[in-house]
Design a protein around this ligand. Structure first.
Ligand code: HEC
Length: 156
């Protein structure tokens, strides 16, 4: 009987330890993000969503094909001299960008590329790889949303 009690106690302790350990892991991940953000002088939100006019999470509706078609036209005029969908060019290939970055990150990169290139660790990495910085292309927030819709339509 005593043995059984000891066994139950031991099992309970192991469970408590394992569960606690799990939480610790989650904390470690968010602490890591906090550390990186602090190192670069930005917030954790900015680390995930970019630096710029988009300061809150946005809600995207179902894909709007008309907007995506307009976005494609804007992309061809203002972006295709540096970006291609599938190959690295002056800038990185943009296919699957919506799987790699949050919508807010993409919008901030389009609307505020210079600050992104100077401050954001991911953009800084790309500047190093491409040896060029993206410049602002006079895009309104509305047009940036259309380009985002175009990227979404390509990434389905
Ligand atoms: C003069 C060349 C140039 C033009 C024009 C340009 N870009 Fe860029 N873009 C770059 C370079 C170089 C980078 C990577 C370095 C950086 O961020 O500055 C980049 C980065 C990006 C990124 C981030 C990619 C990633 O993997 O995080 C996005 C998104 C992007 N560009 C979209 C656009 C869109 C949309 C347009 C048109 C409105 C555009 N760019 C116009 C050169 C350009």
């Amino acid at each position: 009987m005593k043995k059984l009690f000891q066994y139950i106690l031991l099992t309970a302790l192991v469970f408590a330890y394992a569960c606690g350990g799990g939480e610790e892991k989650k904390d470690d991940a968010s602490t890591k993000q906090e550390k990186i953000a602090k190192l670069f002088g930005i917030t954790v939100f900015e680390l995930e969503n970019g630096i710029g006019p988009i300061k809150e999470k946005i809600t995207l509706g179902p894909l709007d094909n008309a907007k995506a078609a307009e976005g494609k036209m804007i992309f061809e005029v203002k972006c295709s001299q540096c970006h291609k969908l599938d190959e690295r060019y002056t800038g990185p290939a943009v296919r699957n960008i919506t799987k790699k970055r949050t919508p807010e990150y993409i919008l901030n990169n389009i609307l505020n590329p210079e600050e992104m290139a100077n401050k954001h660790p991911e953009a800084k990495k790309l500047v190093a790889i491409h040896a060029t910085k993206m410049t602002f292309q006079n895009v309104t927030k509305e047009d940036a949303l259309k380009i985002l819709e175009y990227f979404r339509s390509e990434d389905q």
